[in-house]
Design a protein around this ligand. Sequence first.
Ligand SMILES: *Cc1c(COP(=O)(O)O)cnc(C)c1O
Length: 385
Amino acid sequence: MMVQSTSCGTYHPGHIGDPALRGSWYEIDLGAIRHNYRQLRACLRPEVKIYACLKRNGYGCGAAGVATALASEGVHGFAVASILDAISMRSAGITGPILLYPGTLPTAWPTIGALDLTISISSIEELERWRARRSNIRVFIKVDLGFFRAGATPREAVRLLALASACRDVRLEGIYAHLSELPTSKPSDATDQFTRMLAILKEANARGIRPDVAMISSTESVLNHPEMDLDAVDPGALLVGLSEATSPIRHLALRPALKTISTSLVAVKHVDASLGPTPEIPGFHAGMKLGVVSFGWGDGYPRKVPDKAQALVGGKRVRLLPPAHLEHLRVDLTEVPDARFGDQVVLLGRQGAEEITHEELACLWGTDLVGLYGQLRDHVPRIYT
Ligand SMILES: *Cc1c(COP(=O)(O)O)cnc(C)c1O
């Protein structure tokens, strides 16, 4: 690390990923991610490729750190929606294929070329716009099988495939889709969508334009529909240990990657009458011992502190008090008389005999497990264990 000198002596300017600086961090269990990957690998045919979906910065766990662990396990490639995640992975030395889901515009082509990324194309217009910018592009055609999101409709898909495969400046590497997760989706929809994909592949085959890689299966379908493996799969949530499948056909003993959300007491005091009247806010009381933690709604805590919100201090459950601030929250430390400035505060995970589970925190935050991981912020340092 660079050390600078001033008239006050030498000092370290610090590294923004250093958990000691603000006393807040996420502890990520890379062993769990490797374990989840191995569980998945073991149940797929050996020729089925895995594109690890590491969108939203690896579901909050750090795309670069997670990708490095998976690369050492031999994963075939990666898929992300944000080119920022692709940049962080390439900067960390990841050399394998990286597929960009829709989300990048042709204005980003210099970076795409420099990092050798594969783009997704959903329409003839997109194909032409990219070709106008750049030749020799790596392309996956994206199909919408009934999600009503990005992707060519099944009717247009074969025409798009035919056009792309006729372009000598396009390297057509694959065709893929993501199964519908609309609130109205029924279990039978997955089979209907798979049937649509098979029809496209059949026609492409007949015309000699089927790309080498066809892929539609992610977490829920890889667990429930082994017949949908095709040439490759692109699960994401599964790799960080999350699945909502209740009775899957493939039973994988998944382990969650996020072990703790940890922060620290940055102020501790006894409330006395000199502060004026105690605010009439639930949880505040005269003579209480008050703590301030260095974690706020800007760090992903819900802006409206849930009524039952708790943290662990000194191995005990303590109440978090509203309101939340951008970088601070309050705790009632009255029941933890030994709590001191600098002590660790656990928002998720274990401390002593107590534990705040994923399920408890997701419920408090009014979301599901993937939603909880999606709340993890990029600026909070990660400790990999
Ligand atoms: C999110 C996403 C995935 C991975 O989904 P999981 O349910 O997390 O496995 C795969 N493909 C696409 C296109 C996605 O957007």
